[in-house]
Ligand binder design. Structure first.
Ligand SMILES: Nc1ncnc2c1ncn2[C@@H]1O[C@H](COP(=O)(O)OP(=O)(O)OP(=O)(O)O)[C@@H](O)[C@H]1O
Ligand SMILES: O=P(O)(O)O[C@H]1[C@H](O)[C@H](O)[C@H](OP(=O)(O)O)[C@@H](OP(=O)(O)O)[C@@H]1O
Length: 284
């Protein structure tokens, strides 16, 4: 049960949200305003909480209120949902303590549920564990090798050869923490240049995929598929002519949308159908 009251957003400009008292026993959120407390970096707030999104949410009775990180979380709210993406053990403890004391508040997401996404090896384990025997096609991950931070970079070429990885390779920071550094990816055309990179790393075999990829967003039962431009295929001829390691930009970000690109329709349908069937299998 949430109390009638006013919430200070803690923003620079005071934003007051008057919330209605929900009827005891009603379906959660059905017909009542929803207050979402958010704790995001300034960068994420700028990219995610766009004015048109805020306006759309309000039109549906959903209010986003900034959590004031300089005040105890327990003293803020009340919130129906807490949306967070901050780093560090201190925040993890704060949000975990809040979850224990407010089991009625939906926390997106619980620290334990997202921990494995902060590592490029563990984040793919769910895909590795998928059993999609009855679906069209298959879902897998590139062959890869983790280079731990204890490894001397000069040993990387030997490790790559020992693992039998085929060139070219995509080198990615092992840690995914939302920092710009965690998105610094490199393309390596030979294994020797990899010793210039700084472990911990994941080295993945480059998979030719026609310069197009599909990003699939899933929230509950809602699934959205978008097409994005990606790295072009690398031919054996190019591989024989090029050496070294090259950093590449975030090629498949939102600005690289290929939704309106004139593509062979069968490509898109075939990829989505096989994925959709597998996703449903996965969600059961
Ligand atoms: N194994 C691979 N083979 C071919 N291309 C790859 C491979 N891994 C990554 N890429 C290319 O690099 C891009 C970024 O890869 P990835 O999504 O792993 O990094 P990221 O930093 O999480 O990217 P973002 O957060 O922008 O989605 C992909 O969109 C794709 O174009
Ligand atoms: O293609 P999109 O925009 O979905 O890519 C996202 C990506 O999925 C992650 O959400 C990134 O967030 P971080 O892991 O916190 O970096 C987003 O990065 P951002 O810098 O734009 O917030 C990507 O856009």
């Amino acid at each position: 049960m949430r109390l009638n009251g006013e919430i200070s957003s803690g923003e620079e400009e005071e934003e007051v949200v008057v919330v209605e008292k929900s009827e005891a026993g009603t379906t959660p959120f059905l017909g009542q305003n929803v207050v979402v407390g958010y704790a995001l970096t300034a960068k994420k707030k700028k990219s995610f909480l766009q004015p048109n999104f805020i306006a759309l949410a309000r039109s549906k009775g959903i209010y986003f209120v900034a959590i004031d990180l300089s005040k105890p979380l327990q003293e803020q709210g009340p919130f129906d949902v807490v949306l967070h993406k901050l780093l560090g053990e201190e925040w993890r403890e704060i949000i975990e303590d809040f979850r224990q004391k407010h089991p009625d508040v939906i926390v997106l997401d619980a620290p334990d549920a997202i921990q494995h996404l902060h590592n490029r090896q563990s984040m793919l384990q769910d895909v590795v564990d998928l059993n999609l025997s009855e679906c069209n096609g298959k879902v897998g991950i590139p062959r890869q090798l983790v280079i731990t931070k204890e490894k001397d970079p000069s040993t990387i070429p030997y490790e790559v050869t020992k693992a039998g990885l085929k060139l070219p390779l995509v080198a990615k920071p092992l840690v995914v923490d939302g920092s710009a550094k965690s998105h610094e990816l490199f393309l390596a055309y030979d294994e020797f240049s990899l010793s210039e990179l700084e472990p911990p790393l994941v080295l993945q075999e480059f998979v030719n995929h026609g310069g197009l990829l599909f990003k699939i967003y899933i929230v509950g039962e809602s699934i959205k598929v978008v097409r994005r431009f990606s790295l072009p295929n690398i031919s054996k001829h190019e591989l024989s002519k090029v050496s070294g390691v090259y950093r590449f930009p975030r090629v498949s970000c939102a600005a690289a949308s290929a939704d309106d690109a004139d593509l062979d329709p069968s490509i898109a349908v075939r990829c989505c159908l096989s994925w959709y069937m597998s996703a449903n299998n996965f969600s059961r």
